[in-house]
Design a protein around this ligand. Structure first.
Ligand SMILES: [Zn+2]
Length: 297
């Protein structure tokens, strides 16, 4: 985990091993809890092997805990560091330790959120260009319009469209032709079973043939996302982000912004996938195939 600076306003290197922790200049492997006051938690750890708790009355081996900055109640004014297991911190220091845990999480989050927001502000021009590119050159608007027309122009019957939508949900793209077995097939089945089939069994005996696959079938449902993302939501997000100054945001504002920006790359990628599906769906031979076999949807 990243290590906070003493004042909690910056993150430094990461803590990777017990040895690295023991090698820190201010670190003390055995501290009497009575002699110190915790200033703040500066890191948390979850090591692959157990290490001892730094409190002299505890020393319990554990995987998870915190690196804490302390000041001595007497003697040297130089701060020290030690480590405290995540369970015993609460047991020994009580409520105040929980407050330190909260403060640590908040400090780390503040830094991460600010970094995330700053990073996105720096890339704003790039994002806006990407948006325009997806709409125009990449064919997002055309792809959206095609599928919308296909649905709204009743190129399929309402019941067929419902079935196509159901396929879009499950991704079931195969069109199968099911037909009653021929006399020759019935005969073969009778030979296989070594007896005659009754009428019910004859009716139930069918053969199915795969006629083909609908390309980009998911587009039938997903196409609306092209508009909601590229026209409605992302432009508003970018417009709102432009004047933001991460240093001036309060903690709740930082939280809101980090939620809004999280997964932006994935949203772009999703839109690309959907546009690709729409393009494949729109191919003339695919549309012909669907119309020709619409009764089998
Ligand atoms: Zn302990």
């Amino acid at each position: 985990m990243d290590i906070l600076s003493d004042d909690g306003t910056q993150v430094g290197e990461r803590l990777k091993s017990w040895q690295e922790m023991y090698d820190r200049p201010r670190f003390e492997q055995e501290v009497n809890a009575e002699d110190v006051e915790i200033t703040r938690i500066i890191s948390n750890y979850d090591m692959g092997e157990k290490g001892r708790c730094g409190l002299s009355i505890c020393k319990t081996p554990h995987y998870k805990g915190y690196l804490v900055l302390c000041k001595r109640k007497q003697g040297s004014i130089l701060p020290i560091e030690t480590n405290i297991g995540h369970v015993c911190g609460k047991n020994i220091f009580g409520h105040s330790f929980e407050e330190h845990e909260k403060a640590y999480r908040r400090d780390i989050n503040t830094l991460r959120f600010r970094e995330l927001i700053t990073d996105h502000i720096c890339k704003l021009t790039e994002y806006e260009e990407k948006l325009q590119h997806l709409k125009k050159e990449y064919g997002g608007v055309t792809a959206y319009a095609f599928i919308r027309n296909f649905i709204e122009n009743y190129e399929l019957k309402a019941s067929e469209l419902t079935k196509l939508r159901r396929r879009a949900m499950t991704g079931q793209s195969e069109i199968v032709h099911v037909q009653k077995a021929s006399e020759a097939e019935i005969e073969m089945e009778e030979v296989r079973l070594g007896r005659e089939l009754d009428d019910k069994e004859r009716d139930r005996l069918t053969t199915s043939t795969t006629l083909g696959y609908i390309a980009g079938v998911k587009a039938v449902n997903d196409y609306t996302k092209i508009k909601s993302e590229l026209v409605d939501e992302l432009p508003v997000l970018f417009k709102d982000l432009e004047p933001v100054e991460p240093e001036l945001l309060t903690y709740p504002q930082l939280e809101v912004w980090s939620k809004r920006l999280n997964g932006l790359e994935a949203r772009f990628n999703d839109v690309v996938t959907i546009i690709d599906d729409c393009k494949r769906f729109s191919q003339p031979d695919n549309i012909d195939f669907i119309k020709k076999h619409s009764s089998l949807l």
